[in-house]
Unconditional design. Structure first.
Length: 515
């Protein structure tokens, strides 16, 4: 069973028994077997207020160094509990929250993103999962429904952006909105990128303190000396006991006016214990098995309960377990070019690798090669919804790691914005996420731009490697597409629903649906 570490006597014992009962109850239900396995694969540490290092920030956190979820059992959230059922519900909430951040691979999916905004988006996604599970529990009349009913009621309060929790009564506020229930983290991230920082505080703690073995105060970065940073704290004698952990709490005002806080923890890389190849493989396989089990069981149960769960939940689950954009297809269609070591390549001699790639590649004289310039044309006409535009913004951000330079064209009947960049920063990302037009649609000016750019950049390092056009294709594409040089790879990312409309017929290039 899960390894429990010591904290305080009788009260802690109540939490240990409650946690074991919850895991037992979850494991009895097919829907929750993967969650139960996840919880039994990690350590659990119930701590009192005097030893919990982040009592001013949160009441629970995951330590990836020790593979441990630590919970402050003396936080008002737990102390103000009226019944065993309420306590079970609150314990279920914190462990579900932490476990599903792992099971949904949020750290692996982060990519080139603002870490704090990504944390907020991931919290929304986890709580969408909680909402979905509560619907499935009710539909199947499961015994654990009583836990999720309480959690759902708690989250409903968060739906009010003006809700201010009373911490003395044990109230908390998390990321949840009925407007976000059908969205996954990547979509939510694109929608909240314009969030504004309103306050930040941070502190530095030792690994010993994070384990609850040292004093719980740290060194504040705002100059408030909460402890003597140079004074060695008691630890467990391990070499990493006094390595510093950076903890930052930032409050954001989201575009809808609601305020949320996010806590990020930067763990010391040197503290991570090296694993043998066999251990690493075993850990990876076990994690993939739990995730696959979760996906299979959840999708099957959603299909069985289709008539009893909301349309938002049905959309959410389809997006969550489906690749939104097939980057392999996009990169396969891109022209690979040498950017740094040589300009001696020619389009006259096809490379042998082109037969495997299905694209025409320039012949080059050196081994190293990178992708060149990507042109992205984003249709911002009235027929493209705000959600579709937000998805397009996320695709642009994801594309940066694959190309040296990106040119972003925003257009309706004319090109209304033309931005060129090689690095992503906050200002660039906000610009990408901002809608610039909302009129009719014409692709003629876009094709003319591509034609002129290709003519003026024939053999330089910013030769066009790929053009991605994001549109519902209700436009004059077929009429003007021959303006583009035939060797330029053209890829259309089209909302899936619009492909069925027939607008894409006769278009030259690859058509990839945006799910």
């Amino acid at each position: 069973m899960t390894k429990l570490k010591s904290a305080t006597p009788e009260y802690r014992n109540l939490f240990e028994k409650s946690f074991n009962k919850i895991v037992f109850d979850l494991m009895k239900e097919k829907l929750f077997v993967s969650l139960g396995l996840e919880l039994t694969s990690i350590n659990v540490q119930f701590m009192d207020n005097s030893n919990f290092p982040l009592k001013d920030f949160t009441f629970g956190f995951f330590n990836p160094i020790d593979n441990t979820i630590s919970v402050n059992i003396e936080d008002p959230f737990f102390l103000n509990t009226d019944s065993d059922k309420d306590l079970y519900s609150k314990i279920t909430f914190i462990f579900f929250h932490e476990a599903y951040h792992r099971m949904l691979l949020h750290s692996d999916r982060a990519g080139v993103k603002d870490k704090d905004i990504w944390n907020i988006a991931c919290d929304y996604e986890v709580h969408n999962m909680l909402h979905l599970y509560s619907e499935l529990c009710l539909a199947q009349q499961l015994e654990v429904t009583k836990y999720f009913d309480f959690i759902k009621d708690m989250m409903e309060k968060w739906n009010n952006k003006n809700f201010e929790p009373n911490r003395e009564r044990g109230e908390i506020k998390g990321m949840y909105s009925s407007n976000m229930l059908d969205k996954v983290a990547e979509e939510i991230y694109a929608l909240i990128m314009n969030s504004k920082k309103t306050s930040t505080k941070s502190m530095s703690l030792s690994m010993s303190q994070m384990r609850g073995e040292g004093q719980n105060q740290g060194q504040g970065k705002d100059g408030n000396n909460q402890s003597n940073k140079n004074e060695k704290q008691p630890g467990n004698g391990s070499e990493d006991g006094d390595m510093q952990v950076e903890v930052t709490e930032t409050e954001y005002t989201l575009p809808d006016g609601s305020k949320h806080k996010t806590v990020s923890i930067k763990w010391p890389e040197a503290a991570k214990k090296p694993m043998t190849p066999e251990e690493a493989k075993e850990q990876k396989n076990a994690g993939e098995l739990r995730r696959q089990l979760m996906e299979n069981n959840l999708t099957k149960e959603c299909e069985k309960c289709k008539g009893n769960i909301s349309s938002d939940s049905q959309k959410f689950i389809k997006k969550l377990f489906k690749i939104k954009i097939d980057w392999e297809k996009i990169l396969k269609a891109s022209l690979q070019t040498i950017l740094t070591k040589s300009d001696s390549f020619t389009w006259a001699r096809p490379r042998t690798s082109m037969f495997a790639m299905d694209v025409y590649l320039p012949d080059i004289d050196v081994n190293a090669e990178k992708y060149g310039t990507l042109i992205v044309a984003r249709d911002e006409s009235g027929s493209m919804s705000d959600d579709d535009v937000a998805k397009c913004a996320q695709i642009i951000m994801d594309a940066k790691e694959h190309y040296k330079k990106i040119i972003v064209l925003k257009h309706d009947t004319e090109i209304v914005s033309n931005e060129e960049f090689e690095e992503l920063n906050d200002e660039v990302i906000k610009g990408i996420c901002t809608r610039a037009a909302n009129g009719g649609t014409s692709h003629k000016p876009v094709f003319e731009f591509i034609k002129e750019y290709a003519k003026s950049h024939p053999y330089e390092e910013d030769v066009i490697s790929c053009v991605i056009l994001m549109s519902d294709c209700c436009s004059d594409i077929q009429q003007y597409q021959d303006l583009v040089p035939s060797k330029t790879p053209m890829i259309y990312l089209v909302p899936a629903a619009d492909i069925e409309s027939g607008y894409t017929e006769g278009i030259k290039g690859k058509i990839i649906p945006i799910e």
